[in-house]
Every structure is written in structure tokens, then in C-alpha cells.
Design a binder for this molecule. Sequence first.
Ligand code: FPP
Length: 245
Amino acid sequence: MSLDPQKMPRHIAIIMDGNGRWAKQQGLPRIEGHRRGSEIVEEIVESCRTLNIPFLTLYAFSMENWARPPEEVNALMSLLKEFLKAKCQKLLNNEIRLETIGDISRLPQDVQEVLADTKAKTAACDKMTLVLALSYGARDEMMRAIQKVSAAGLLSEGSPPLSPEVLAKYLDTHFMPDPDLLIRTSGESRTSNFLLWQTAYSEFVFTETLWPDFHESNLIKVIEQYQRRERRFGQTSDQVQDRAI
Ligand code: FPP
């Protein structure tokens, strides 16, 4: 492995795409693609833990996914519940805290309960945070944040102008740094309403690999690609390399 430990991303966000196409290629029902996808979730969480990545955010169910056929939505909910119940002990053993972003009040009651239980049990784990984006849409998150800001009286006359830093405190992601690296699998090159605010300066990597085929070796290759990039945050190359004239 040729990763530079000094240049590891602190936060990786992943759009796990291609489960359906993988299943089709194998002649299997779509849900089998999601099932295989959940095995890859386990593998990639473990890899990130081993690589000492402090935050991993996975786009597991988008706001727009509610419009999928009810059988697929129900199957995804069952899979999520099964996964959380089966892997809670493993999260604890690996000292991984579970968090969520998104409007989880829309999830079925039993899924909300198992999420609350897993979050409570892992709350003190501090080696890594696994964040599941569930019933998540960036525009919805921003609208909810604006409503919270307004309810807090921060938009009333006489209040100081709202700053990006203050607004960020009201986003679902307030407890973590912005992603350094955003990965999308399956050859699609769009962000699909994922972390629109937080990825302003993230490095994007789009890979052809379908999520059910995305293993640790693929993750390492993507991180190598990330480490070869120069992050300038709007500055010049000389400035970021401290060669300013
Ligand atoms: C996109 O693939 C994937 C999803 C909508 C669901 C992702 C869910 C998992 C990986 C499994 C469950 C998650 C956890 C955390 C246990 P797609 O169905 O849109 O694929 P396609 O574009 O090829 O049809």
C-alpha cells in the first residue's frame, strides 16, 4: 500500500450506486444487489477504521428514493434494520459511533427504534463515526436548517447578518467536518442532492466500479488518487505550497 499517512482524508463520503445494475448483470432481483451492497458497507467501514479515517458518510437512502416501488423501499428498510441489529456489536468492538443525517422521522417506526438504540449504544465510541444518510436530501436539509435558524430568532430585525459558519451549525452535519473526498460508484457523474453545502471544496472521484464490486483495494486506489491532487481552496498553487512571491 502506498498511502501517505500525512495526507489521509478526515472525512470520506460515498454515493453507493449500482446495486440494481449489479443484480441485473447477475440475473438476480434488485434486492439481491442491495443485499450484496450491505456486505460491501461492512467491508468498507472496516477498511476505513483500519485506515484511521475518522468520519465515513454513506448515502444509504435518499429523499428521492421514497418514490421507488414500495416493495423495494420495504426491502431496503428491512435490510437496514437487519444490518443494524446484526452489526451493533461489531461497531462497539471497533469503537465506531453511529450517527445519521436526513429526515429520519419519515422512516418506519421499527427502523427509527433500532437506529436510536444503535446510536445510544455506540454514543461513547470515539475511534470513528459512521454516518448513514437516510431519507436525506441536501435541499431538504438546507430548508430545515433555515427553518431552525428562523425559529431561533436569528433572522429577526436587528440580528447580526447570518454567516455561513452559523448556518452550518444548523445543518444535520453540524457534528463533523466537511468531506475531503466524495466518491460515487457505478460511472454516474452527479451528486444527486447529496451534501451540496458541505462538498464545496471536496475532491470528487467518480469510479466505474459498481458498489457491490467496490472492495478495499478500490478504496485504496481512490485515496491514492485523492492524495495526488493539490487542494487549493481558491488559492494559487504557489500559495498552497508556501512559495508565495
Ligand atoms: C443505489 O443503487 C443504492 C441505493 C439506493 C441503496 C443503497 C443501499 C445499500 C448499499 C444497502 C443497505 C445499506 C446499509 C447501510 C446497510 P441503485 O439501486 O440505484 O442501483 P442502480 O442505479 O444500478 O439501479
